[in-house]
Ligand binder design. Structure first.
Ligand SMILES: Nc1ncnc2c1ncn2[C@@H]1O[C@H](COP(=O)(O)OP(=O)(O)OP(=O)(O)O)[C@@H](O)[C@H]1O
Length: 258
């Protein structure tokens, strides 16, 4: 099966103010359709930049990237990708339901209709009863759920998530992690999820991409060989601890002190 995302030798150098910052280098990555991949790395290792290259928000300086068999720009124009970020970025004057509907109403060519209505998507994230609430009336976790529902409008093939639960307290984050796995199973979409958290990376991913820092660049892929039907209890198992310890070592080995 052709990969949903395939990057070969990707590098990004930002230039400005007479300086060049190498944000990413020598990244090879292939993500299979329907796979849930998490991206873990130290601050500044280029996690967000990698996601932004896939999203067609940053052009790579080196290397090639294909998304769904074409360029990232083509995938974006087809609205084949959904996005969710740490800041839920909801419009404060629109209700939860109206925020979810936004991609259908703005931009050049509204989002493709998708198989689920905005109301269905709110129900999918457990907010069927809060459609009329304004963002200010919602908790942080509920706002992120609305953001997730909005990202799923148009039934995207790929969901790109940049630390969406990073600002939430741990218990809410745990619950949303479980819910995200359910949403992933229900929708069958490919997910690339950036996080700082070793636990979150291991709990969610079928595979973790550990970003290296320093001049050598690159990344390492670590398989998470746990059953795919996961509840939070799996984090208490020896197998889970073995994987998180492996990830910690991979992070340390790939991190060059500044
Ligand atoms: N638009 C930009 N212009 C200049 N430098 C940038 C830009 N975006 C990112 N960088 C730099 O590129 C490097 C990688 O940044 P990036 O945000 O991708 O890292 P990250 O791993 O996501 O970090 P964090 O975990 O702290 O969010 C950093 O040194 C950052 O300062």
């Amino acid at each position: 099966m052709a990969p949903a995302i395939e990057a070969r030798g990707i590098g990004v150098t930002f230039r400005g103010g007479g300086r060049a910052i190498q944000a990413l280098d020598a990244i090879d990555l292939a993500v299979a359709p329907g796979e849930f991949v998490t991206v873990l790395g130290a601050s500044g290792s280029g996690k967000s930049t990698l996601l932004r290259v896939v999203a067609d928000l940053v052009a790579p300086t080196r290397g090639t990237i294909e998304v769904l068999g074409g360029s990232p720009a083509q995938a974006r124009q087809r609205r084949a990708m959904g996005f969710a970020f740490q800041d839920a970025a909801l419009l404060p004057w629109r209700t939860a339901l109206q925020n979810v509907m936004l991609p259908l109403q703005v931009g050049s060519g509204a989002a493709r209709a998708g198989t689920r209505t905005p109301q269905d998507l709110l129900a999918l994230v457990g907010l069927a009863h809060r459609g009329d609430a304004l963002p200010a009336e919602l908790s942080g976790g509920e706002r992120q759920r609305v953001s997730l529902a909005r990202a799923l409008v148009g039934s995207p093939d790929i969901l790109l998530m940049d630390e969406p639960f990073g600002a939430l307290d741990e218990l809410v984050r745990d619950r949303l992690n479980e819910e995200l796995l359910r949403v992933w199973r229900d929708t069958g979409c490919t997910i690339v999820f950036v996080t700082h958290s070793i636990q979150e990376a291991a709990f969610l991913g079928s595979r973790v991409i550990v970003m290296h820092t320093g001049p050598q660049g690159g990344c390492e892929s670590v398989a998470v060989d746990l059953p795919r039907a996961r509840t939070l209890a799996i984090r208490e198992t020896g197998d889970f601890l073995r994987i998180t310890s492996r990830l910690r070592h991979a992070l340390e080995a790939g991190t060059v002190a500044a």
